[in-house]
Design a protein around this ligand. Structure first.
Ligand code: BGC
Length: 773
């Protein structure tokens, strides 16, 4: 753990430059706008350790896979999010000396990510090797209102001497991924053009033909007056740059405004990239830096209006939760149903930027409650668009007749993962995709989704489950052998309770959807049954499986068993392990982990969280009491589920302890891996801990319900919920819950068990004194 950032409610602030923290800060101070993202790399040349990262949403590379032993069914490639053209670069020389923080003495260094405004700022004084000092201040953002635009203001002031300052802004496409299986470069140059007022670089991926055109222009001021400069033009392979000198008198500021547009062939025709790039750039320049900055502030104000959480009485918690919300909003903005959410967002290369079950299981609730429903709908449509690939994926593994197995890791619907125990066995991911449809429709009330897209996906997944189970004569029930549950610390187990349960639940839900469509959209159902070739005999078979599914359980303990053999394990609580063994994944051999009783992440409890209304409190309590002491939470996805259940069970301290494990995971670098990128899924989970855990938010029969409690030392906390056209600002204090309806949509809800109505633009107060948690 490394705590070096200042605590502040709205900003992340680093004071003092410590080179060994730089890569961690590059992740933490990343900026993004859903279309592109940028690690907090320095603009000027830097010879210290750095992970360069400029990412364009949806632009990826199918890097040829590397495995020990090939297994049939493995994918040929692992998709990689691509480090793309470095568009932020501005090299600086002062009287001929290069500004490089690795060779200068740096004082007054401050890096600040203003989350309210979506702006990254940095300032410092650098003493160059020759002894001269300059002050530098930079401001940069990727625009939320003009998604293809990035803008930088870079100011240099010589301290007490007259200086010749050389600025060299450039676009460099000659970049690499750190994560490349064969150390290849993934981009080829297509074209470049370079004139005094503008430089353009177009590069193309070596496979799949993604084109990226970056166009840059700039303006210069010295002591507040526009300076006309005559740049020297530089061109190299995949590189265009300008270089010019300005004279600044002692203590005069020389400012470079660099504007860049990044447009890709995902959004525009290849032959129009140059013209579109130039057009967008012209608009941005015409607006000017200050006005773009104002638009940025407005766009972020709108995001915060829908999604802010305010915690009074705990500034660290306040900063932590805003940081998480900020990155969720930077990562996915939801206009484009071809895009999804990588576990590291735009902040690093790990996990390849690909889509995991994380989206449906953890991220969806955030967007459902904080944004227009079209944004969540697009996350669902993404999987609809991949249905054919999911069917092909299942066919490769021997399934037939429209059975769909969604990939564990994907960019375009094809599986990218190639560890057999995950690729072939961690099939529970299919269940989360079905569950997301349920979660979306019950939250939004948008049942049109079911006929339009939902049923086709559900039928494909149900078909997969129906083929993946088989009838065991021994058990006289349906069983599912050879799977890996969410707990990846057990592989190839038989009858993982969670997987069996989510499989049967998917089939139940699919039948409910069919019944719903029969009643409400008969003609559409008939057309769908014909399209899918779905017969009554097939749905009857699903019903038979549902009724005869085997669920491992222990009667005496009154718990569901994670898998058939779980009770044969030596059950020693984590608290009795010597600390030196933890984390297990760094201290134990893999086989020792697999044989142990230790659970990486919520598994049975994941099921009790999803299917919450199907189990009584006593059942949840027995299972929680049994599994929580055995769980090591070595996946950052885990603590939030435990926290939410602990809230429901009234285990307030446990709930808060679990919440703390992820609340500042990256800010305090708990897992010592923040330099690789941020844990976006866990950020979504922390949001869930506050709103679904402490806030007790659920949907019961289409009605929003809240059952809050407030952690001991917080004075109050409040969160926003966008629900069916209304935006509610819910504030919880130790004594009461105050709900302000910020719209004119009247809303009925249940608060601590009581039915209440909040009229448009009204605030109601419900006393918490009498409410039980
Ligand atoms: C977790 C998976 C998760 C993946 C990406 C793994 O460590 O076990 O559940 O999908 O990380 O976040």
């Amino acid at each position: 753990m490394k705590k070096y950032l200042k605590v502040d409610p709205w900003s992340i602030i680093e004071e003092g430059f410590v080179a060994e923290n730089h890569e961690i800060s590059e992740s933490i101070f990343s900026i993004g706008n859903g279309h592109m993202g940028q690690r907090a790399n320095f603009e000027e040349h830097y010879t210290g350790q750095s992970l360069q990262g400029s990412y364009m949403a949806g632009v990826y590379y199918p890097d040829k896979t590397r495995v020990g032993w090939w297994k049939n069914g493995y994918p040929e490639y692992f998709a990689k999010v691509l480090n793309s053209t470095n568009w932020i670069g501005i090299d600086v020389k002062v009287n001929g000396e290069t500004l490089d923080l690795a060779t200068c003495t740096v004082t007054d260094f401050v890096r600040e990510l203003n989350m309210k405004e979506g702006v990254l700022r940095r300032s410092f004084t650098a003493e160059l090797p020759g002894g001269k000092k300059v002050k530098v201040a930079s401001t940069r953002f990727v625009s939320m209102s003009m998604k293809e635009i990035g803008a930088i203001k870079y100011a240099v002031t010589p301290v007490g001497f007259d200086a010749d300052i050389t600025f060299s802004p450039y676009l460099d496409g000659d970049v690499k991924n750190k994560d490349s299986n064969y150390d290849e470069k993934f981009w080829d140059e297509v074209s470049k053009s370079n004139r005094a007022d503008q430089a353009v670089l177009t590069i193309k991926t070596k496979k799949l033909d993604f084109y990226l055109t970056s166009t840059m222009t700039y303006a210069v001021e010295v002591a507040g007056t526009k300076a006309d400069v005559q740049p020297e033009l530089t061109e190299k392979e995949k590189f265009v740059g300008h270089s010019f000198q300005v004279q600044a008198k002692a203590d005069q500021e020389a400012v470079l405004y660099k504007y860049v547009s990044n447009v890709t062939s995902r959004d525009h025709a290849v032959d129009e990239l140059a013209s579109v790039g130039a057009e967008v750039l012209t608009k941005a320049v015409a607006a000017g830096f200050d006005s773009l900055l104002d638009q940025q502030k407005e766009a972020w104000a709108a995001k915060w209006k829908d999604s802010d959480i305010v915690i009074e009485g705990d500034v660290e918690a306040q900063q932590g939760i805003r940081f998480n919300i900020f990155h969720m909003n930077q990562t996915y903005t939801g206009e484009d149903s071809r895009l999804n959410i990588g576990p590291k967002g735009f902040t690093g290369e790990k996990y390849g930027g690909s889509t995991y079950w994380d989206t449906e299981a953890y991220c969806l609730p955030f967007y459902l409650s904080t944004a227009d429903e079209s944004i969540s709908r697009n996350l669902l449509v993404y999987r609809y668009k991949h249905l054919e690939k999911a069917i092909e994926n299942a066919e490769k593994l021997g399934f037939t007749d429209g059975a769909a197995l969604y990939p564990m890791v994907t960019m375009n619907g094809e599986e990218c993962h190639n560890e057999w125990e995950i690729t072939f066995e961690e099939i529970h991911r299919n269940g989360a995709i079905a569950y997301a449809i349920y979660n979306y429709t019950r939250y939004t009330g948008d049942y049109s989704y079911l006929g339009e897209y939902g049923l086709e996906v559900l039928a494909g997944i149900s078909r997969f489950w129906a083929q993946r189970v088989h009838f065991s004569k021994h058990q006289n029930q349906y069983v599912m052998l050879g799977v890996t549950g969410p707990n990846e610390y057990e592989n190839n187990v038989n009858n993982n309770w969670y997987t069996n349960r989510i499989a049967a639940w998917t089939m139940e839900y699919t039948l409910d959807v069919i019944a719903y469509l029969k009643e409400n959209e008969g003609a559409r159902l008939d057309a769908l049954m014909a399209k899918l070739n779905l017969s009554d005999a097939e749905t009857a078979k699903w019903q038979e499986i549902i009724e005869n599914m085997y669920y491992p359980a222990d009667e005496e303990k009154g718990v569901f068993l994670q898998q058939d053999g779980f009770l044969d394990k030596e059950l020693i609580p984590v608290s009795e392990l010597d600390e030196k063994h933890l984390p297990l994944n760094q201290n134990w051999s893999w086989d020792r982990i697999l044989r142990s009783c230790y659970i990486k992440q919520a598994d049975v409890l994941q099921g009790l969280y999803f299917l919450n209304d199907q189990y009584d409190l006593e059942t949840k309590k027995r299972n929680f009491d049994f599994y929580e002491p055995l769980t090591v939470h070595e996946s950052s996805l885990s603590p939030c589920v435990h926290s939410i259940l602990a809230c429901e069970l009234g285990y307030k301290e446990k709930a808060y302890e679990m919440y703390l494990r992820t609340a500042r995971l990256d800010l305090d670098n708990y897992n010592n891996d923040t330099e690789d990128g941020l844990h976006i899924t866990s950020m979504a989970g922390t949001w869930m801990s506050v709103v679904e855990g402490f806030g007790g938010k659920k949907i019961e029969d289409g009605t929003l319900s809240l059952n809050p409690f407030i952690p001991g030392h917080w004075q109050s906390f409040s969160f926003k919920i966008v629900f069916r056209g209304a935006r509610l600002n819910v504030q919880v204090t130790p004594d009461s819950i105050n709900i302000k309806n910020e719209t004119d949509v009247e809303t009925d809800l249940i608060v601590s068990g009581k039915e209440v109505t909040v009229k448009g633009n009204e605030t109601i107060q419900v006393s918490l004194a009498a409410s039980a948690v």
